[in-house]
Design a protein around this ligand. Structure first.
Ligand SMILES: [Zn+2]
Length: 121
């Protein structure tokens, strides 16, 4: 069974440091995000911190997928002839799916800032 994910706009963002819900406030041009234990970020600092957290989650997923591949390979080596092909197919599937995560981690990402776009200046 596969799960179909439907993305909606988040109702709240979470703190990059503790995972708590963030409240948003405005002071003139400055947008500030504050969690309920006191971590506070400007929008630009929040953007950078959120990016680091996102990369860590993708790296965690990559590690888990690589471990799945290794475990399936290990089990395939121990399995009888009837079952070995299933373990090795699962190993191959896990390894091939690491490519998606590696591509996310190894590619360049846009790093927007409050500076105007070149076309707007
Ligand atoms: Zn926090």
């Amino acid at each position: 069974m596969t799960t179909e994910f439907k993305l909606a706009r988040p109702r709240a963002m979470t703190c990059p440091d503790c995972g708590g819900a963030l409240s948003q406030s405005q002071a003139g041009q400055l947008t500030r995000f504050t969690c309920h234990i006191g971590h506070a970020y400007t929008a630009e600092v929040m953007l950078a911190a959120q990016f680091v957290v996102m990369e860590q989650f993708i790296e965690t997923a990559l590690r888990a997928l690589n471990e799945r591949a290794a475990l399936c390979h290990f089990m395939g080596q121990k399995a009888d002839d009837k079952q070995q092909c299933r373990w090795l197919a699962a190993h191959d599937e896990a390894l091939s799916r690491t490519a998606v995560l590696k591509q996310l981690l190894e590619s360049e990402w846009l790093q927007p800032s409050a500076q105007a776009c070149e076309a707007d200046s």
